[in-house]
Ligand binder design. Structure first.
Ligand code: SF4
Ligand code: SF4
Length: 418
């Protein structure tokens, strides 16, 4: 693609990067069938190729409007287009640059600004999330439209105990901002599975949100500050020999994998951020690399009790696992090795509509994607749905009567003989 960047951006770092990305796109359109918003809306401007063109216009100094912003907002940043693109176009990075620029150029109406501000100021902070959840529970009975019986959770409500650090091999786990309160059993379940294969998991108290939420809202200074805080919190553990930085939420893993790029222009943090990114793993990636040890632990756990297994499980692979971390297909063999029967799920590469804050900011599109995803997941008569990211998990729970859990809870349950 030919480009002629405007003076305001031409010689900047973001400009050079965006220019290289734009030039790598050959307009072939192979990405269009992979794009959920193009599939739903049928408008070229809601496709990857159309949005690339809109960002090009923006960078070339052509007029942009609220309409341009809407088409960029409607993108889920699911990056399915990147997986489909034969030319290796780094669409995710380009849309980040485009969104940050349009945020400066096109002022949003006050209610939209307030909504985005509140999301940035509440969701990344655990005490605020906890307070909000308490308030939501208190007012739920007063809201007629609120589901009276949300999708049931699985097993005991109390989180399992965090195993003591007894192994020489250690990893650090970033707990995330919303996960410990929305689904408190996931992180301890991950630590228990790692403990059973000889790896201790250390929680990092001083860490917080990975920065993904602010990043998706184009608040890049906030996300960079959150990344720096986490690098500072993780560094002593890395120096002490932690072999990986692990996450039981694939979106957080994907974000931290980008810290190196995010802080590459910060001399005080660039090297350490790159090291943190190199060590960042989703729990699925980490366990898949230890498949032999996991099989041994499952073998030692003995045969599963017949009334419980084989349990039919529909697995939803989050976009961050498939398209950002490029770790498709690593989790399913582990579930099968643990005795679960995986059901067939059509169109497995398609986003469920959660996509960070998308379900809150684009609720109608998110609901349509949720309906399509749930019907694909339920088609082969599963008994429960498993996924690998807290955002997908909570979003899916709003669309199904089946239990929805994190897949690592199923492995932990099986290791416990359940
Ligand atoms: S598939 Fe890649 S090269 Fe082709 S239009 Fe889409 S982004 Fe451009
Ligand atoms: S990131 Fe997802 S929604 Fe956005 S253009 Fe690519 S495929 Fe479409």
């Amino acid at each position: 693609m030919q480009t002629a960047l405007a003076d305001f951006i031409r010689n900047s770092r973001a400009g050079s990067e965006a220019d290289a990305i734009l030039r790598s796109c050959v307009h072939c359109g192979f990405c269009l069938p992979a794009c959920p918003t193009y599939q739903l809306l049928g408008d070229e401007l809601d496709s990857p190729r159309g949005r690339i063109y809109l960002v090009k216009q923006l960078l070339e100094g052509e007029p942009v409007s609220a309409r341009t912003q809407l088409h960029l907002d409607r993108c889920l940043t699911c990056r399915a287009c990147e997986s489909a693109c034969p030319s290796g176009v780094r669409y995710g990075r380009l849309i980040d640059i485009g969104r940050a620029l349009i945020e400066e150029r096109v002022p949003r109406p006050l209610p939209a600004r307030a909504r985005r501000y509140l999301l940035r100021k509440i969701v990344p902070y655990r005490p605020r999330v906890r307070l909000l959840l308490k308030l939501a529970a208190a007012v739920r009975p007063l809201i007629p439209a609120a589901p009276a019986h949300p999708s049931p959770t699985l097993g005991p409500q109390r989180p399992p105990a965090w195993p003591p650090a007894r192994h020489a091999r250690r990893v650090v786990l970033l707990e995330g901002c919303v996960q410990p309160d929305l689904a408190p059993r996931i992180n301890p379940a991950a630590a228990q599975v790692l403990d059973r294969i000889g790896i201790s998991t250390v929680r990092v108290a001083a860490a917080g949100c990975c920065g993904a939420l602010a990043h998706h809202l184009s608040a890049h200074e906030q996300s960079r500050a959150e990344a720096r805080r986490n690098v500072d919190a993780l560094w002593p553990h890395i120096e002490a020999g932690a072999e990986a930085v692990v996450f039981a939420a694939s979106a957080c893993a994907a974000m931290v994998c980008d810290y190196g790029q995010l802080l590459s222009d910060d001399p005080a943090y660039a090297a350490r951020a790159a090291r943190v990114s190199a060590l960042a793993r989703d729990i699925g990636q980490l366990l898949a690399a230890q498949a032999g040890a996991l099989r041994t632990a499952l073998g030692e756990a003995g045969p599963a009790p017949p009334p419980v297994l084989p349990l039919r499980v529909a697995f939803h692979a989050p976009c961050t696992l498939q398209h950002a971390l490029r770790a498709s297909g690593v989790i399913e063999p582990m579930l099968q090795a643990a005795g679960y029967t995986l059901t067939t799920v059509a169109d497995g590469g398609r986003c469920c509509g959660s996509a960070g804050t998308y379900s809150l900011l684009q609720p109608q599109l998110a609901r349509r994607l949720l309906r399509a995803k749930v019907s694909a997941l339920e088609a082969d008569a599963p008994q429960l749905i498993a996924t690998a990211n807290i955002g997908c998990l909570t979003h899916l729970r709003n669309g199904t009567a089946l239990p929805v859990c994190h897949w690592v809870e199923l492995i932990a349950s099986r290791l416990d003989g359940g």
